[in-house]
Design a protein around this ligand. Structure first.
Ligand SMILES: CCC/C=C/C(=O)SCCNC(=O)CCNC(=O)[C@H](O)C(C)(C)COP(=O)([O-])OP(=O)([O-])OC[C@H]1O[C@@H](n2cnc3c(N)ncnc32)[C@H](O)[C@@H]1OP(=O)([O-])[O-]
Ligand SMILES: NC(=O)C1=CN([C@@H]2O[C@H](COP(=O)(O)OP(=O)(O)OC[C@H]3O[C@@H](n4cnc5c(N)ncnc54)[C@H](OP(=O)(O)O)[C@@H]3O)[C@@H](O)[C@H]2O)C=CC1
Length: 264
């Protein structure tokens, strides 16, 4: 049986001003999940800084946001000094959403050294570097961090050897820092969506492969951007403060079953 997908409105369970006066940095805010997260945080009263490489996409998010509480900056997060300088310039930060990421799908044997490095850089090293640079700003405000990952990264996913390695690394880093940064009241979480049918996912995998992956999930459906956004907002709001360092899989149970067969 396929569980019904919630509507965008049904996903919204947090009280209206849950994030009033908070400052959030959302990476990859110009598309897909990052855009949905940025718009939801704004709805809940936060001020949001969005970054990504393409200014045009960020400008489209600004159009949709229709509020001066959203500002954006084109930034390549793999340029670590530039990213560190940017985050330091923000000062106090209540929430960092490490969402920018992605990979190409290829059999493990066909991933070149440069290909492996490109994906682990984007999904692990650049995210870790941003986290470290944000630490003083987060410490100043008792901030929270949500790192996006893949569902069940330690199980692996065919065609995603490089990315699964990086995402499992981010989950481990989240746990390590949750312990070490607790004295500064910084909380870290790792959020692992299942299949979210964004344009980015559609570019990565053919529709037939995405449909097969979704069909294998125990709930028999994809995860909506609104569901991911609400989880990010809840983790950022303090509603989940009894949780620390956890990998939270919002994946329809996908991590409970064997991964779908894909090339690689
Ligand atoms: C279940 C669904 C889950 C969905 C999850 C999602 O994340 S949805 C979100 C989805 N959204 C996204 O994923 C978007 C984000 N993804 C990206 O921006 C990019 O894919 C990147 C950053 C991962 C790499 O970018 P870059 O500019 O650094 O790459 P570059 O061009 O400079 O090449 C570097 C090396 O990689 C190699 N290589 C490249 N492609 C392939 C291939 N298909 N095959 C084999 N190899 C490939 C290339 O050959 C080169 O090595 P070489 O030949 O020199 O030895
Ligand atoms: N959709 C899905 O099914 C799933 C997605 N995820 C993860 O969730 C996150 C968002 O995915 P989704 O919204 O679907 O995909 P998108 O491809 O739409 O999002 C990726 C975002 O990252 C930004 N980005 C990529 N590289 C860089 C870089 N070097 N510097 C700055 N920004 C960068 C992109 O903007 P720009 O290109 O302008 O730089 C884009 O906005 C990703 O980490 C993805 O891997 C995890 C599990 C499942």
């Amino acid at each position: 049986m396929i569980a019904p997908r919630p509507t965008a409105q049904e996903c919204k369970v947090l009280p209206a001003a849950a994030l009033r006066d908070r400052l959030a940095l959302v990476t990859g805010a110009g598309s897909g999940i990052g855009r949905a997260v940025a718009l939801r945080l704004l709805e809940l009263g936060a001020s949001v800084v969005g970054v990504g490489r393409r200014a045009q996409r960020l400008a489209e998010t600004a159009e949709l946001a229709k509020t001066s509480r959203f500002r954006y900056q084109a930034l390549d997060l793999r340029d670590r000094p530039a990213a560190a300088e940017f985050v330091a310039g923000l000062g106090g930060l209540d929430l960092l959403v490490n969402n920018a990421g992605g990979q190409f799908v290829a059999p493990a044997a066909e991933i070149s050294r440069r290909g492996f490095d490109a994906v682990t850089d984007l999904n692990l090293t650049a995210q870790a570097s941003l986290l470290l640079a944000a630490r003083p700003g987060l410490a100043a405000r008792g901030g929270r961090v949500v790192n996006l990952s893949l569902s069940a990264p330690d199980r692996g996913l065919p065609g995603h050897a490089h990315s699964a390695a990086a995402r499992a690394g981010i989950a481990a880093l989240t746990r390590s820092l949750a312990r070490r940064w607790r004295a500064e009241d910084i909380r870290l979480f790792c959020l692992a969506p299942g299949t979210v049918l964004t344009a980015g996912a559609g570019e990565e995998l053919p529709a037939g492969d995405l449909a097969r992956i979704v069909a294998r999930t125990p709930l028999g459906r994809d995860t909506t951007p609104g569901e991911v956004a609400e989880w990010v907002a809840a983790l950022g709001s303090g509603a989940a403060d009894a949780v620390s360092g956890a990998l939270i899989e919002v994946d329809g149970g996908a991590g409970l079953v064997a991964a779908a067969a894909l090339p690689g």
